[in-house]
Design a binder for this molecule. Structure first.
Ligand SMILES: CC(C)(COP(=O)(O)OP(=O)(O)OC[C@H]1O[C@@H](n2cnc3c(N)ncnc32)[C@H](O)[C@@H]1OP(=O)(O)O)[C@@H](O)C(=O)NCCC(=O)NCCSC(=O)/C=C/CCCCCCCCCCCCC(=O)O
Length: 265
């Protein structure tokens, strides 16, 4: 499910679940174990996560979702990386889709070949991007881009993703070599400064206007399946309301305040 190797004090965790490196229970366990091993090993200075077979990852194994994925749930990997002092880079080729993009967003950095496509297609499958996509994508790409990517499921080419802030660097050549070179240059960086979860969401305009506009768009697009879509979007909106930072400054009459307050425990 995963190859673990060490190159020049960098741990290389290579997903190996042919043909498209989906994340089932066994793959998730091996990634979690690999990251833990790299973190505990004092000789390791940084980590590269990449995929075999010319693809980073096609997401969570849809076939396993019916039966329920077993621990460690993908979010545990994100929680672990969030607290790591050693930098972790996702070295992406092919596709990073759904949980695959969410795994990449857990990492401190993302580099990609020009031919890469990324997306969060969960909504089209009746799922929500519940492995951190709703939290991290807006922090990488800004609110409008994130809503657009989440609600359309469109595959975003690498260069556009880089302009949005999802990809840190486009590279050519061998993606693993590039990953090692890149992450070695980040060994002295305070990872908490590049941890997406710690960042605030950039947006321009009024939060209520932005969210209502997207809600209207989604309602018209998913006719007949409004309830789950709306609840997914409500979830996204509530996260984006940034209660910790933003709630205090909202007018008590704002719909955003009412919605967030009612849901925030
Ligand atoms: C573009 C592709 C990747 C490749 O295309 P191609 O080369 O043409 O190959 P294919 O023929 O399409 O595929 C080859 C085979 O692989 C199978 N395949 C592909 N993708 C998957 C997949 N994701 N799962 C299973 N199997 C897959 C395919 O069927 C072929 O098999 P076979 O040869 O026919 O047998 C292309 O394949 C493609 O586009 N794939 C689909 C990509 C996709 O849609 N990905 C998204 C998957 S969903 C996901 O990732 C979801 C993530 C988050 C889930 C959240 C769930 C809800 C959470 C609840 C919230 C509450 C939790 C709170 C917990 C807490 O707080 O703690």
């Amino acid at each position: 499910m995963m190859d673990y190797s060490i190159r020049d004090q960098v741990a290389v965790i290579k997903l190996d679940n042919p043909p498209v490196n989906v994340l089932g229970s066994a793959a998730l366990t091996s990634i979690y174990d690999g990251i833990g091993k790299a973190d505990r090993d004092p000789s390791i200075k940084a980590v590269v996560i990449c995929g075999k077979n010319g693809i980073f990852c096609a997401g969570v194994d849809i076939k396993e979702l019916d039966n329920g994925l077993h621990a460690p749930w993908i979010k545990h990997i994100g929680d672990f990386i969030d607290n790591m002092k050693k930098p972790v880079v996702a070295a992406i080729e092919g596709f990073a889709l759904g949980g695959g993009l969410e795994l990449a967003l857990f990492c401190h950095y993302r580099i990609a070949l020009k031919t890469v496509r990324v997306s969060l297609p969960e909504l089209q499958l009746g799922l929500m991007p519940g492995a951190g996509g709703t939290i991290r994508l807006p922090r990488a790409a800004g609110l409008n881009n994130a809503f657009d990517i989440i609600t359309t499921g469109n595959r975003i080419p690498a260069e556009k993703a880089a302009m949005m802030g999802i990809i840190d660097q486009i590279v050519t050549g061998d993606i693993i070599e590039e990953g090692i070179k890149f992450v070695k240059s980040k060994c002295n960086i305070d990872t908490s400064l590049v941890c997406l979860r710690m960042k605030t969401v950039k947006y321009s305009g009024d939060l209520d206007d932005i969210s209502e506009a997207f809600m209207t768009k989604v309602k018209s697009k998913f006719k007949g399946a409004i309830a789950p879509i709306v609840s997914i979007l409500e979830f996204v909106i509530i996260i984006l309301d940034l209660y910790y930072v933003h709630l205090q400054s909202l007018s008590k009459n704002s719909p955003t305040y009412t919605r967030a307050k009612g849901t925030c425990k």
